[in-house]
Write a protein that binds this ligand. Sequence first.
Ligand code: AMP
Length: 183
Amino acid sequence: MKHLCVFCGSSPGASVAYETAAKTLAVTLVDHNIGLVYGGASVGIMGTLADAVLLRGGQVLGVIPQTLVDLEVAHDGLTELKVVDNMHERKAVMADAADGFVALPGGLGTLEELFEVLTWSQLGFHQKPSGLLNVEGYYDGLLTFLEYAVSEQFVSPVQLGALHRDDDPSRLLAAMFDLSGRR
Ligand code: AMP
C-alpha cells in the first residue's frame, strides 16, 4: 500500500472550496488504496481530510507532538495516532512513512512543511514526489514568486519543475505516482 503525506491548514479557511477539495482528495486516496499520513489534528482542513478518508474506510496515520495534542485536538478515531516529542520528530516520522507529499491550502505550518520536503529533495535526502493541490488558485501568488526566484537564479528550474501542481486531486496523484492497477 502506498502512503501520501498531506500538509494542510489547521484552519478551515475562508471558502468552503478548501474543505470540498480535502474531501475529494480523500475519495481519490481511498479509491486508489493510498493511505493518508498527516499531522493528527481534528481541526480545520486537517480534520476534514482525515474524517473523509475514515468515512470511506481508508487508512489514516496521524503524527502529533505531545504539546499539540490539546491545542490541535488530536483526532481520536484514526487507524493509528503516533504521539511524538517535538515538531522535528513529527516531520521526520511523517516523511519516512510516506511515498510522496501533497500540500492542500494551509497557513505557515503547511508552507514550512512543504518547503522542508522540497529542500530535502533538492539536497538529495529523498526522491519522493511533491505536489500542490492549487484549489481555486490559492497558491497562484506563491507560484508566481517561485517563478521569479527561478528567473533571479536562486531556485533551480529543475527543482521548481519537480513540484507537481493541479487543481484536481486525481490528476495530481496520477502525475506523481503510477496509479495503474491500484483501483
Ligand atoms: P497551519 O498551516 O499553520 O494551519 O498548520 C498546519 C499544521 O502544520 C499544523 O498541524 C501545525 O501544527 C503544523 N506546523 C506549524 N508550524 C510548524 C512547523 N514549524 N513545523 C512543522 N509543522 C508545523
